[in-house]
Design a protein around this ligand. Structure first.
Ligand code: DX5
Ligand code: ZN
Length: 220
């Protein structure tokens, strides 16, 4: 039996009430908090950093999954580890030395992962699988919440699933972008086990209703 995890992206939460928002979404059944970091350089948007991670940390017990859309990546990693991140993922194009960056994340006591944009080749994984705890497949181009799911991502999820199975390692396979109750089952069928959803959850008043509906879709 696959363990499925729902990871609400706080990018679509009410930032003026972030502590309450993360508590509410965890009470509604979230397994992970997905934390989108954008730098207005690697992606054309600017969001939140380690101070905000530190501020929400005492409000929830679940893992905080920091998705770094920043370039360069290395110098911000220790700050996020100190701020209470549990998982840190980055885009391979944003690191000059991928193996070193993965090791840096692990040396700071966090799980490490690579993120693949719709165009990013999967071969970046080939020689670093032993240092990977999570693979994140983007089903939108990174930078904004509320975009539509790109169906070609399903093929990449399937490739990643094959690579994980061949490695024999315990690696989370996360999908991020445009995930809703009506496409979550397709992403699971392709092999994903961890589902980021921002606007689908925070855009509705009843977080539990949405998360329950997603779980119902995963159970079919
Ligand atoms: C996009 C971010 C996503 C985004 C997901 O660059 O990485 O995590 O917030 O939001 P939705 O679910 O609205 O596509
Ligand atoms: Zn994300």
């Amino acid at each position: 039996m696959t363990t499925y995890r729902i990871a609400p992206s706080i990018l679509s939460a009410d930032f003026a009430r972030l502590g309450e928002e993360v508590r509410n979404v965890v009470a509604a059944g979230a397994d992970i908090i997905h934390f989108d970091v954008m730098d207005n350089h690697y992606v054309p948007n600017l969001t939140i950093g380690p101070l905000v991670c530190q501020a929400i940390r005492p409000h929830v017990q679940v893992p905080i999954d920091v998705h770094l859309m920043v370039k360069p990546v290395d110098r911000i990693i220790p700050d996020f580890a100190k701020a209470g991140a549990n998982i840190i993922t980055f885009h391979p194009e944003a690191s000059d030395h991928i193996d070193r960056t993965l090791q840096l994340i692990r040396d700071h006591g966090c799980k490490a992962g690579l993120v693949f944009n719709p165009h990013t080749p999967m071969h970046y994984l080939e020689h670093v699988m032993d240092k990977i705890d999570m693979i994140l497949i983007m089903s939108v181009n990174p930078g904004f919440g509320g975009q539509s799911f790109i169906p070609q991502a399903l093929k990449k999820i399937a490739i990643a699933r094959r690579m994980i199975d061949e490695s024999g390692r315990d690696i989370m396979l996360e999908v991020d972008g445009g995930i809703k109750a009506d496409n979550i089952a397709a992403a699971a069928a392709a092999g994903a086990d961890t589902f980021v959803a921002g606007s689908a959850i925070f855009g509705k008043p009843d977080y539990k209703g949405v998360i329950d509906e997603m779980r119902a879709q995963l159970a079919t």
